[in-house]
Design a protein around this ligand. Structure first.
Ligand SMILES: OC[C@H]1O[C@](O)(CO)[C@@H](O)[C@@H]1O
Length: 563
């Protein structure tokens, strides 16, 4: 066995963070066939990046738009007259924390995530069976329909139906767009894709907050414009679904090899694509071995169980930070604090902090590593929430108003919270969630992560205003407690110090199999993973001519067993 052949055998599936959410890119090991990839940035690939950004931005836009719309008087007058009455005629005996408490208002904010969670699993399957292009087109159309239904709404039911339709678009886009990008982007640009999607999400949130800030001056139909403007990026996504090429991986998986190769040549701007084409064929062959149902079964098999628990727990914790309580409800929170004139501007400040600090995370994530950043971010969020609770507890006056200095302090503290989220838990959950999956859990792993994350967003969105009304400033202590808990979770249970991009598939399994707690969960399956890794390592050394009789024997065994 020589070095080249070993690397060729294994180069198709080394793992690297690729995309949010469904799949990791096939990222061959440096020095394997990847070293022979040719091609350069082409117009196609740039358009592809634009489509990726549009998918993420639409997601963010639809998250960021609701809070500001809910704070607009014309919207309240039409759909929530009780709340409108409370805002114009004062609170009377009502507690200021309860000013916006309304289950239907919460449903309007949150329902999008519920339908997104429901569609995440079938959407991943549809992308695999019917293709990425058609799935993108469907997702764009759902966004368009949802935006139209909302902008033209005359009843709360229509608004909520529109929001559900948007959720279907969001769930589909979140599953298909990153997969598509991972498959068409050049190998060297794939690493940042998980991050790109999160950056685009934050930009979408900020765009929505700016739109709301501008539209609040339009007296009667400003909210319609806010909700309807999502149609613009949605049209770009539809157009992408129509004019972009189908992904080479999908075509090859379908046995349309010549077409797949031709698209690859077009994407790379060269006819010399042999090495990459061979890798895609290998990966497609591997993928074909794992059916969808099998992939779900593998997810909870003992050798994968710790990774499944880890990625879904991180996804749930990401929402239990309370981030979407802030993103959804910041404008009406500031309105409740008696600061209605600048409520929408405050939301813009929060959104801008979110974007900027997501970029900061981009720099830190590979320097500091995932684990330290998650711990730092968790602590920062907990401390800022405790401080917010203290400020609110001390500064509410008996007439239900708050001193203006305290409202500013609350804004600063919420920005500190958002900053901590944006450079840690926001993107890293997706980066890790993508890295952690093995070949046999590819299709199911990220669907599960997305579904859990959306479900938790729904629960928080649906309950935050009720919690605020019942627990007042204590709500912030509730989230602070979660932040401390998740920090402790990461400290004890996330293996590795600076956990970075693994060299190959089993690298993550090995980290878990060596961890004092997880190794008990994995049991014999964990020992088998380590044993296999030992053989792999031996084969690797053998391939490089490292001395050692035993190693040679192991390598031979490894080879004959096809491990
Ligand atoms: O940037 C904040 C946004 O990021 C997400 O957590 C996704 O990673 C969204 O749920 C949230 O609105």
């Amino acid at each position: 066995m020589n070095g080249a052949s070993f690397e060729q055998e294994h180069s198709g599936d080394a793992s690297q963070a690729a995309a949010v959410p469904l799949v990791r890119a096939e990222a061959p090991r440096p020095g394997g066939r990847a070293a022979h990839y040719t091609g350069h940035m082409t117009v196609y690939v740039l358009v592809v990046a634009l489509v990726s950004a549009t998918g993420g931005m639409l997601f963010g836009f639809d998250i960021g738009i609701v809070g500001g719309v809910e704070a607009m008087a014309s919207f309240q007058k039409q759909f929530f007259p009780d709340i409108y009455a409370r805002t114009v005629s004062g609170m009377g005996d009502t507690n200021a924390y309860c000013k916006f408490h309304d289950m239907r208002l919460q449903l309007f904010s949150a329902i999008m995530f519920l339908s997104g969670a429901v569609v995440a699993v079938p959407a991943g399957y549809a992308a695999r069976v019917f293709g990425r292009k058609i799935s993108m087109l469907v997702s764009g159309c759902l966004f368009l329909l949802g935006a139209g239904l909302q902008a033209g709404a005359h009843s709360l039911t229509q608004l909520i139906v529109g929001r559900c339709v948007l959720g279907l678009g969001v769930g589909t886009a979140a599953c298909v767009v990153p997969v598509y990008i991972a498959e068409v982007a050049p190998y060297a640009s794939r690493g940042g894709l998980a991050y790109l999607f999160q950056v685009a999400t934050t930009v979408g949130i900020l765009a929505a907050q700016l739109v709301n800030w501008g539209c609040q001056w339009i007296p009667d139909w400003g909210w319609r414009l806010s909700l309807g403007l999502a149609a613009m990026p949605a049209s770009i996504l539809c157009l992408g679904g129509l004019v972009l090429p189908e992904s080479p991986s999908y075509l090859i998986e379908q046995g349309r090899w010549a077409q797949g190769r031709a698209v690859l040549q077009k994407l790379r701007g060269t006819d010399e694509v042999d090495a990459e084409y061979a890798d895609i064929c290998d990966a497609a062959q591997q993928a074909a071995k794992v059916s969808n149902v099998q992939s779900w079964k593998n997810l909870v098999a003992r050798h994968n169980l710790p990774m499944f628990i880890m990625s879904t727990s991180l996804a749930a914790f990401q929402q239990l930070t309370g981030i979407n309580a802030v993103i959804f409800y910041a404008p009406i929170m500031f309105d409740s604090l008696g600061d209605s004139s600048s409520a929408l501007l405050n939301a813009v400040v929060i959104g801008a902090t979110n974007v900027l600090c997501t970029f900061v995370g981009l720099v830190l994530v590979d320097r500091w590593g995932r684990r330290p950043l998650l711990i730092q971010g968790g602590l920062q969020m907990a401390v800022s929430q405790i401080a917010t609770a203290i400020v609110l507890a001390l500064s509410f006056k008996s007439d239900g108003t708050i001193a203006s200095g305290a409202a500013i302090a609350a804004l600063v503290l919420i920005c500190v919270f958002v900053a901590g989220f944006a450079w840690s838990w926001g993107p890293i959950v997706w980066v890790l969630g993508a890295e952690i999956q093995t070949m046999d859990t590819r299709t199911s792993g990220m669907s599960a992560t997305v579904a859990v994350n959306y479900l938790c967003s729904f629960i928080i969105g649906q309950s935050f205003l009720s919690m605020l009304c019942a627990m007042e400033w204590g709500t912030f202590l509730f989230f602070a407690a979660w932040n401390l808990l998740m920090t402790v979770f990461v400290f004890f249970l996330l293996p590795g110090q600076r956990w970075g991009i693994p060299i190959e598939d089993t690298a993550y399994s090995c980290l878990f199999a060596r961890h004092p707690i997880w190794k008990r969960v994995m049991g014999r399956a964990g020992r088998a993973v380590l044993e296999r890794e030992g053989f792999r390592a031996a084969a690797w050394r053998e391939a490089r001519g490292v001395e050692g009789g035993d190693l040679r024997q192991l390598a031979k065994y490894y080879q004959t067993m096809g491990l």
